[in-house]
Design a protein around this ligand. Structure first.
Ligand code: NDP
Length: 330
């Protein structure tokens, strides 16, 4: 018979590992599915790590309290070691199916079923990509392409950076980058911004920000060194190279929640809906981190949510165990 675990955690970013640390420390012997290890040849410079979430593919982290300067990868590995130390079991595999209708819940990975009384979803989000040549190679490389000005903006102090997009994220990234860069060019595919009026006005008023309208990025350029972008005017079809020190993608994020479509309540953009206790619409299923949060998207906020989910999961297990004991006449 398949063992019924107390807690299964799906996802290995800051939210997942924090949930692993807390439920591990509560002696719940959590099982965490971390995702697959690598895409591409790991000896190559541009190979991407598939487990550990977005921090694994950024460079330095300087805004995680207590870690004044650390590599994203090292921060995640430290969190993992801390969770494992407290008895969190880790499976390096992607979950391919979940059944949250029947209890205990069922989670499938590598063709094997796992059962759990409580599930914590921390599958994160991924930045939307332009899908152009050179993008995969330079993404997460500094100098190169980033999707987080808060994380990587400091590396471009005194430089010239481009922000792609016309929504609130792009405006926010551009405004933040003016603290570091000498010049910020927002490149938008139309001649009207989608961003809220207040964000538009702030960006337009900032003397360090300039706009290039009606322009689509068709290629990211660089050989041994990052060079910039190739642009195509969407009205005239005219093409040109545009040299910059770094590029920030501000074209939105996609939550990694395909697995939960028709299984959990999602908002119109695919983010999992929870209450302030990280409880989803299914009692005993919690969600935390960037798969829930489209506003802050920081390692520290994700970790905070992972902590809440773990504490609530523990409470739920106490209730569950009390109910099953009384049902069994104990
Ligand atoms: P949005 O979907 O609002 O905007 C995405 C922008 O990227 C659009 O301008 C879009 O162009 C452009 N874009 C999308 N795909 C491509 C592509 N392939 N090539 C070039 N450009 C592209 O996403 P955001 O992340 O900006 O915002 C998401 C939500 O979060 C919104 O509701 C926003 O208001 C909110 N938010 C709020 C903030 C705040 O209040 N401080 C900060 C950040 C986000 P087009 O306009 O032509 O479609």
């Amino acid at each position: 018979m398949t063992e019924v675990r107390n807690v299964i955690i799906i996802g290995s970013g800051p939210a997942g590992w924090t949930a692993g640390i807390y439920t591990g420390r509560a002696d719940l012997h959590p099982l965490l599915f971390a995702g697959e290890t690598w895409e591409g040849d790991q000896k190559q410079r541009f190979a991407k790590k598939l487990w550990g979430g977005q921090l694994m593919n950024t460079t330095e982290i300087e805004n995680y309290p207590g870690f004044p300067k650390d590599l994203g990868q090292k921060l995640i590995e430290t969190m993992r070691d801390q969770a494992v130390e407290f008895g969190c079991e880790v499976v390096m595999a992607r979950v391919t199916e979940v059944n949250l209708i029947e209890h205990p819940f069922r989670v499938t990975a590598l063709g094997k079923d796992y059962l759990a009384k409580v599930v914590i979803v921390s599958t994160g989000a991924r930045p939307k990509m332009l899908q152009v040549k050179g993008e995969n190679e330079w993404f997460g490389v500094t100098p190169g392409i980033s999707s987080c000005a808060t994380c990587d903006g400091f590396s471009y102090r005194g430089g010239h950076v481009a922000v792609i997009g016309g929504g609130d994220t792009a405006m926010e990234e551009a405004l933040f980058l003016t603290h570091h860069a000498q010049k910020v060019t927002v490149i938008h595919r139309r001649d009207q911004l989608r961003a809220s009026k207040i964000m538009q006005e702030r960006a337009r008023r900032n003397p360090k920000i300039e706009f290039i309208w009606n322009s689509a990025v068709t290629q990211i350029s660089g050989n041994t060194h990052f060079q910039g972008l190739h642009l195509k005017n969407t009205k005239t079809s005219q093409e040109r190279d545009f040299a910059v020190d770094g590029v920030f993608l501000g074209i939105g994020h996609t939550p990694n929640t395909d697995l939960f479509k028709d299984r959990l309540a999602l908002d119109a953009n695919g983010y999992i809906i929870t209450d302030p206790r990280m409880q989803t619409n299914i009692p005993g299923v919690f969600a935390c981190g960037d798969c829930v949060d489209h506003l802050y998207r920081q390692a520290i906020t994700a970790a905070g949510m992972g902590c809440i989910a773990a504490i609530e999961a523990e409470r739920r297990l106490v209730e569950y165990n009390e109910t099953s004991s009384s049902q069994a006449g104990i």
